[in-house]
Design a protein around this ligand. Structure first.
Ligand code: ADP
Ligand code: TMP
Ligand code: ASP
Length: 234
């Protein structure tokens, strides 16, 4: 299998089928556009397992995802998607960049989810853009944006319900979507504590902020999330 792309936390390999990819979850973790880097044994296994459980749950609840088959603890066979060069973010509670950008107090719960679009481009630091940028710059059509927003809000609702069962708040998250060979919008990439903010009842951070802010050993924290999700037997 040929390595097609190595990103910050995953590697994509070609397979015998041109419409499929194998994705390997690395042990590397980065933050602040790779200014901070580390590697932890078992980190890739933890994000892969967590993401696989979440994708299985979403698929069961009517969300189209890229997953074809979990191959082993760190490798997943997926549909090769034509990815939108976008990072779609939902915020239920203020944290991270919105706190710095708009001066909102961390922990402020929003009356309705805030939907944000960023242009996925590390050179420019994944800048925040709006619908017009997407359409005029041919990143997505008006119709695709409508569907992206609809599916993202559905994923948010499903994630909130899932994590409520284990007493965890979904503060915010980032997803990436793409088109399959039949032009259906599908959820790609991953959903894990690397790409979300999760807080427990005491607002203890159970996600990559533990690495960003040097709060905790992320493998111990991610294991808490994995064990709680596994207890739900999805
Ligand atoms: P990054 O590119 O941000 O460093 P990763 O290390 O997570 O990220 O690399 C995974 C890459 O694979 C990302 O660029 C992501 O957009 C892409 N990707 C994820 N799922 C799919 C898919 N099903 N088909 C094609 N590309 C995908
Ligand atoms: P932010 O507050 O830093 O903008 O992040 C919002 C959400 O998106 C948060 O859950 C972390 C996630 N995220 C990623 O998954 N990848 C990224 O590159 C960034 C900047 C954020
Ligand atoms: N994913 C980005 C990076 O790897 C930023 C972050 O998640 O904080 O640098």
């Amino acid at each position: 299998m040929e390595k097609l792309y190595e990103g910050k936390s995953k590697i994509c390999y070609s397979t015998k089928n041109e419409n499929e990819l194998k994705i390997f979850f690395k042990n590397d973790v980065t933050a602040f556009n790779s200014l901070k880097k580390a590697s932890y044994e078992s980190k890739g296994l933890l994000t892969a397992k967590i993401s696989n459980i979440i994708f299985k749950y979403l698929e069961k609840n009517g969300v189209k995802t890229h997953t074809i088959k979990v191959l082993d603890e760190q490798n997943v066979l997926v549909k090769k998607l034509k990815m939108f060069p976008l990072e779609i973010i939902i915020r239920n509670v203020a944290a991270g960049s919105i706190v710095k950008r708009l001066g909102i107090e961390q922990g402020t719960a929003f009356d309705k989810p805030i939907f944000e679009i960023c242009y996925k481009n590390d050179t420019y630091g994944d800048p925040l853009i709006n619908d017009d940028h997407c359409v005029v710059l041919n990143l997505a059509t008006v119709k695709q944006l409508e569907e992206i927003k609809k599916v993202t809000l559905k994923i948010n609702q499903l994630l909130i319900e899932l994590f409520k069962q284990i007493n965890i708040k979904v503060v915010d998250f980032k997803i990436e979507l793409g088109l399959d060979k039949d032009n259906n919008i599908c959820l790609g990439d991953e959903i894990s504590p690397d790409t979300c903010r999760f807080w427990d009842q005491n607002n203890r951070k159970l996600d990559k902020d533990c690495f960003r802010e040097d709060l905790d050993d992320i493998t111990a924290i991610y294991l808490i999330i994995l064990e709680k999700l596994e207890s739900l037997n999805i």
